[in-house]
Design a binder for this molecule. Structure first.
Ligand code: NAP
Ligand code: FE
Length: 381
């Protein structure tokens, strides 16, 4: 067996109602809390009030920063960090989907280290401890509550840029499936498919390893089984529980393996058209599987099996792609870039942008050229 390393230092609490512990957990790290959240959903669902009550009941002072947009920009992070510095916050609570969780990580960095955020893009450039983060996801998608990554839109060039550092793993993750009950069907589907792509990219990454493989296969099977019910019966807790658990497992996977070509290609449609992150990945995933699968059919046979398909090894990538398309349609997700309003004339530009995401491409098990990427976009159009 090849040597491997597995590292996730986050303390995980999973239970319905777990958000009620946020005060007690945050109090372990300080007295003044910056709570980072999105603009609407956590207020509407009551999650924000619940979190603030718990923090106050624990005797903490709470400063709420609720200006995080979808796909947060470096500017938003800078504004949050300014506030955190002014108020001398010593702990950051993240409440929301991947966008608020990543923004909270950015705030935790810039509350301690000098800006701009751009100097920390890349791997290992945050080289010392920053403010502790307690993360409570309200989507079952990114797994950011257990990853060392944070993704931002750089306002300078509108590119998605990410920070990777062990210092930005949240210290505590509070996984409360009740917080995800308020997601409408489309957000449930998009975020669930994002988690699925994390698991499948991790499983086929050059950095795949035995522990993350087990987590990935389990996450894929759980999402395949429970995502349709979470979309069609969003008020049922049980499918929500399985999905939140699966998205966390998939987060632990990419914490080891990184993401690969699907994510590398998904960023440009998101920054250019505002297409949600999981949806962009979802329309590309089957064609990327067919492209990558040619090189390692055995891995794809295991993938197809986890997706509930029947497998003949020579056809495994096609079979895996077929089950992915089937799942996509069962959750009501559009299947083509053209359905999302993308102009065909943009595909070349998307392909050029993809080539800039060298970390994703390095993790991809098959070498990729500009021409290959363009062909995959065209085949997904
Ligand atoms: P998101 O951008 O955080 O949220 C998407 C939408 O869902 C927003 O409109 C949000 O509303 C709403 N929403 C969130 N929770 C809800 C709930 N419980 N009920 C109703 N509506 C809810 O979506 P996301 O897919 O979770 O995060 C995407 C971001 O994460 C992207 O920037 C992506 O690049 C990044 N990402 C990070 C990692 C990582 O490891 N760090 C991994 C993958 C992706 P509000 O804005 O009003 O809250
Ligand atoms: Fe993702």
């Amino acid at each position: 067996m090849d040597p491997y390393r597995f590292f996730v230092p986050t303390e995980i609490h999973f239970s319905p109602g777990a958000i009620g512990q946020v005060g007690r957990q945050a109090a372990r790290f300080g007295r003044k809390v910056m709570l980072v959240t999105g603009r609407q959903s956590s207020r509407r669902s009551g999650a924000l009030d619940g979190a603030v009550d718990s923090l106050r009941a624990a005797g903490l002072e709470v400063i709420v920063f609720d200006q995080v947009e979808e796909n947060p920009s470096d500017r938003t992070v800078a504004a949050g960090a300014r506030m955190a510095r002014e108020k001398s916050c010593d702990v950051v609570v993240a409440l929301g989907g991947g966008s608020p969780m990543d923004a909270a990580k950015g705030v935790a960095i810039l509350a301690v280290l000098d800006g701009p955020l751009a100097q920390y893009y890349g791997s290992g450039r945050v080289d010392r401890p920053v403010l502790p983060v307690v993360a409570a996801p309200t989507t079952a998608g990114t797994g950011s509550e257990v990853t060392p990554y944070a993704v931002f839109v750089e306002s300078e060039n509108d590119l998605k840029c990410s920070v990777a550092s062990p210092h930005i793993f949240p210290r505590v993750a509070l996984l409360d499936p009740e917080l995800t009950l308020s997601m409408p069907p489309a957000i449930t589907a998009n975020t669930g498919i994002d988690a699925l792509t994390h698991a499948l990219e991790g499983f086929t990454s050059v950095k795949a390893q035995p522990i993350s493989d087990q987590l990935a296969l389990r996450a894929i099977a759980l999402i395949n089984e429970h995502l349709p019910a979470a979309v069609s019966h969003g008020d049922r807790l049980e499918p929500r529980e399985h999905l939140l658990h699966a998205s966390m497992l998939a987060g632990m996977v990419i914490a080891q393996t990184g993401t690969t070509l699907i994510h590398g290609m998904g960023y440009a449609p998101t920054t250019r058209y505002g297409i949600p992150h999981g949806l962009a990945n979802g329309v590309l995933m089957d064609q990327v599987v067919i492209f990558n699968g040619e090189r390692n059919p055995d891995r794809y046979a295991a993938l197809a099996l986890a997706l509930g398909g029947t497998v003949e090894s020579s056809m495994a990538p096609q079979e895996a792609a077929r089950t992915l398309r089937e799942l996509r349609s069962r959750v009501g997700m559009p299947g083509r870039l053209r359905d999302l309003g993308v102009a065909q004339g943009d595909l070349e530009d998307f392909a050029r942008q993809t080539m800039l995401h060298s970390r994703n491409l390095d993790n991809n098990a098959r070498d990729v050229t500009l021409k290959d990427v363009l062909k995959i976009y065209q085949d997904s159009y």
